[in-house]
Design a protein around this ligand. Structure first.
Ligand code: FAD
Length: 544
């Protein structure tokens, strides 16, 4: 069984790595700045040890356990306390809070590890016939409660862990297609493709742990989306294990054979079936890459630059604009904002509110990469160039956010992110509305929140907004503090943008789905679920 060493380690569920904050301890200057800026009094709140977490007894009926063991082998039906803890919940802020003792964990009754798509189908059918809930589990990086082991009205709930579906099934370099099993984690997919000179080009911040099946199930979007598209743009075909049997979709690059049913699997969050294989479009791996930093005066001016690039079709592979608040946090925490001299330098060049713009270009040849760069730079007006070092600094730290979150949580901060998207004409209003809602709901008891925002996914018609909020945790009611802020921000989003651009719906966004897709939309989703999953065992309590 090819399961990474830490795969079932419950501490991984309390943070990004077992060593957690040790990977990204807060430098003293960052801690001092945060205290002065937010009112933080650092406290020590590490992940609770195994023994400190309440774990109810498994209620999986013995006959069902025996059936599952027949399908996957007894050694792949795990019911021990630590194994079930290791698959309890995802990596949302509240999930991490609970690991620090703030509330109860939804612990599954068993973890089942099938070894191939046929075993997945057999497990799904067995659970459906015995009324046992199934939570499909890829990397478990959901930040919206997507992998919470909610039992609902089922007799028990099992986590169906796809870790053993870790193979590259086939590659067709002529058509630029690859078929992967759903449990392949993103770095392994890139390694397997690199052997063929190919890349997928999907690099979300959760890259190190998330799976291709999870990306498809949540309509994920990576940092290089401007160059490679969102994950759903890459999906050419899917294989789905449903309680009604195996379902394969996708036979040609385009089709007029009715609605595109592949889209029922993409974004279905495990409610319609378990994705066992994904056929993805792949591209030749680039030989040349270059990242540069720029500073623009204020978010509105920066958004205009990015809109110009998107509408002219000359975005970099990565194009990312931080607002002044995010620019200040990023540079301060990384130690790059060391001296007033930097600000003085920018002020002398007419920049009052520095907004960092990072752009990265790729190409098969140096000339191709530079041609792309020239096309972009023709439209980057009024920006101060910081050069390659600033761009490379961003690239170097592009996956460090989750480790920094661990370190900040360990000293008593509330660190939460949320994302949305809207059309260009409403982008400024949406940013203001969400900022105002978060600041209003979180300013209390001497706590002064920082609300920072960036654009990292841009389209011809609009862009996403990604917010990071930092505020000292309310020690008396940390979950209530989060809930009030989440509700305020979600209400602010309604009517202006989508409730989620790439984190998916899960549990946290479910109350807001109807106002986005209408009651009819919810009825349609329920009807599809009833057809594919008549006993309602697949991922209870999520999406609708
Ligand atoms: C620190 C951090 C940074 C993140 N950054 C990004 C980002 O940049 N971009 C982005 O898009 N997302 C991001 N996310 C969110 C998350 O990584 C994505 O939603 C990702 O797509 C989930 O993949 P996973 O394999 O971990 O899925 P899981 O978390 O295991 O599952 C997510 C959902 O999909 C379902 N599911 C998983 N696998 C399958 C399957 N094979 N069949 C059917 N259903 C399945 C689960 O039941 C669940 O509902 C981030 C999360 C964290 C913690």
């Amino acid at each position: 069984m090819n399961v990474p060493v830490d795969h079932l380690d419950h501490r991984v569920r309390g943070g990004w790595t077992p060593s957690g904050a040790a990977d990204a301890a807060l430098p003293a200057h960052a801690s001092r700045w945060l205290s002065a800026r937010t009112g933080l009094t650092p406290v020590d709140t590490p992940v609770a040890p195994d023994s400190g977490l309440p774990v109810p007894e498994s209620v999986l009926p013995a006959p069902v356990r025996a059936v599952l063991a027949d399908i996957v082998g007894a050694e792949h039906v795990l019911v021990e306390r630590e194994d079930r803890l290791g698959r309890s919940g995802g990596l949302s802020y509240v999930d991490l809070l609970v690991r620090r003792g703030a509330g109860e964990l939804p612990v599954p009754d068993a973890v089942v590890l099938p070894g191939d798509p046929d075993q997945v189908r057999a497990v799904v059918e067995a659970c459906a016939s015995h009324g046992v809930g199934i939570v499909p589990f890829g990397g478990g990086t959901s930040v919206v409660g997507g992998v919470s082991a909610l039992r609902g009205d089922k007799v028990a709930v099992v986590v169906l862990d796809l870790a053993r579906l870790d193979k590259l099934v086939s590659v067709d370099p002529v058509s630029r297609l690859a078929v992967f099993q759903a449990g392949v984690v993103a770095p392994d997919a890139e390694r397997m493709l690199a052997a063929h000179g190919l890349t997928l080009g999907h690099f979300p911040q959760s890259y190190e742990r998330a799976t291709l099946g999870g990306f498809a199930a949540t309509r994920s979007s990576g940092q290089a989306s401007a160059g490679y598209g969102r994950f759903e743009d890459m999906v050419e075909g899917v294989r789905l294990a449903t309680p009604r049997g195996d379902w394969r979709l996708g036979v040609s690059p385009a089709s007029a054979a009715g609605p595109d049913l592949r889209q029922l699997a993409v974004g279905s969050e495990g409610l319609f079936g378990v994705i066992t294989e994904v056929t993805v479009r792949v591209r030749p791996a680039p030989a040349w890459e270059r990242y540069e930093g720029f500073v623009v005066d204020g978010f509105a001016a920066g958004a205009e630059v990015v809109r110009g690039l998107a509408q002219a079709g000359v975005l970099g592979t990565v194009t990312r604009l931080s607002d002044p608040q995010e620019t200040e946090v990023a540079l301060t925490l990384s130690g790059g904002w060391k001296t007033a001299a930097v600000k003085g330098y920018l002020r002398a060049r007419g920049i009052a509110e520095p907004s960092l713009l990072v752009i990265g270009w790729e190409g098969a040849t140096r000339e191709e990469m530079l041609t792309r760069r020239r096309a972009t730079l023709r439209l980057v007006d009024g920006a101060v160039r910081l050069g390659v070092r600033a761009g490379e600094t961003w690239r170097h730290g592009r996956f460090s956010g989750p480790r920094q979150r661990d370190a900040l949580m360990d000293v008593g901060m509330c660190v939460e992110t949320l994302e949305t998207a809207t059309y260009w004409s409403k982008l400024g209003d949406l940013r203001e509305a969400v900022r105002e809602a978060l600041l209003r709901s979180l300013t209390a008891g001497g706590r002064r929140p920082i609300v920072a925002c960036h654009i990292s996914h841009s389209y011809e018609t609009g862009a996403s907004l990604y917010f990071t909020t930092l505020v000292p945790r309310d020690p008396s009611d940390p979950v209530g503090q989060w809930r009030r802020a989440k509700e305020a921000a979600s209400e602010a989003i309604m009517g202006l943008g989508t409730i989620t651009h790439h984190h998916a719906v899960g549990v946290d966004h479910a109350p807001y789905l109807a106002s986005e897709i209408g009651p009819l939309g919810v009825d349609v989703l329920r009807a599809i679920k009833a057809e594919l999953d008549p006993s309602g065992v697949l991922n209870p309590g999520k999406l609708v």
